[in-house]
Write a protein that binds this ligand. Structure first.
Ligand SMILES: CC(C)(COP(=O)(O)OP(=O)(O)OC[C@H]1O[C@@H](n2cnc3c(N)ncnc32)[C@H](O)[C@@H]1OP(=O)(O)O)[C@@H](O)C(=O)NCCC(=O)NCCS
Length: 163
């Protein structure tokens, strides 16, 4: 475990008290929690969104850092990964377990990861947003930088934010 962000910035005015029910950890690829995070990615991307199974895990997973959200029982309910690309960092493989969405957890994770990336000295965070959640990222200060394109059969747009 590289860091522990129990007190990362929290969204306000949500019914659920995120701080008392969840914690965030930044993990290296050697952390056993990565297996749980990848299981969650399969649950969401492969089974829910029908991304081809062979596309889900790639060589970056064993080299990059991952962020996980844990519930009180220490189960992984959210994950994303950070791949460095020179002076920029690419955020990807971002999911919240279906039963835990719309509680502010995704926003909380993004706020934490933006803080981490800035502290590490990256210039920009870049990502490929599924088009249906472009406004989610715009609300966090990201801007669209490409036309829509298809990846794994899903419409996407590239986005970036200066850190
Ligand atoms: C995208 C995702 C990570 C968001 O996580 P989340 O925890 O539900 O997000 P939040 O609760 O912080 O949402 C904050 C705001 O973003 C917007 N938003 C979130 N999900 C949305 C959706 N599916 N459609 C439209 N707006 C959405 C809403 O404005 C929401 O605020 P509200 O709940 O008060 O209306 C989650 O929906 C998910 O895992 N989706 C499946 C995987 C995926 O598509 N990943 C993104 C790939 S780019």
């Amino acid at each position: 475990m590289l860091n522990y962000f129990k007190n990362a910035t929290k969204p306000m005015n949500r019914e659920t008290n995120i701080n008392s029910n969840y914690s965030i950890q930044l993990i290296s690829p050697k952390n056993p929690l990565l297996v749980e995070a990848i299981k969650l990615r399969f649950e969401v991307f492969v089974w829910e969104q029908r991304v081809p199974i062979e596309m889900e895990v790639d060589e970056y997973d064993r080299r990059c850092n991952h962020l996980v959200v844990l519930d009180k029982q220490q189960r992984v309910v959210g994950t994303l990964r950070l791949v460095s690309q020179g002076e920029n960092v690419k955020m990807g493989r971002f999911v919240i377990r279906k039963s835990h969405r719309r509680r502010g957890l995704g926003t909380w994770m993004m706020q934490a990861v933006l803080k981490i990336a800035k502290q590490k000295g990256f210039q920009y965070m870049i990502l490929e947003a599924q088009t249906y959640v472009v406004s989610f990222y715009e609300n966090l200060g990201f801007e669209v930088t490409s036309e829509e394109f298809m990846d794994a059969g899903i419409p996407h747009k590239r986005m970036s934010k200066a850190l």
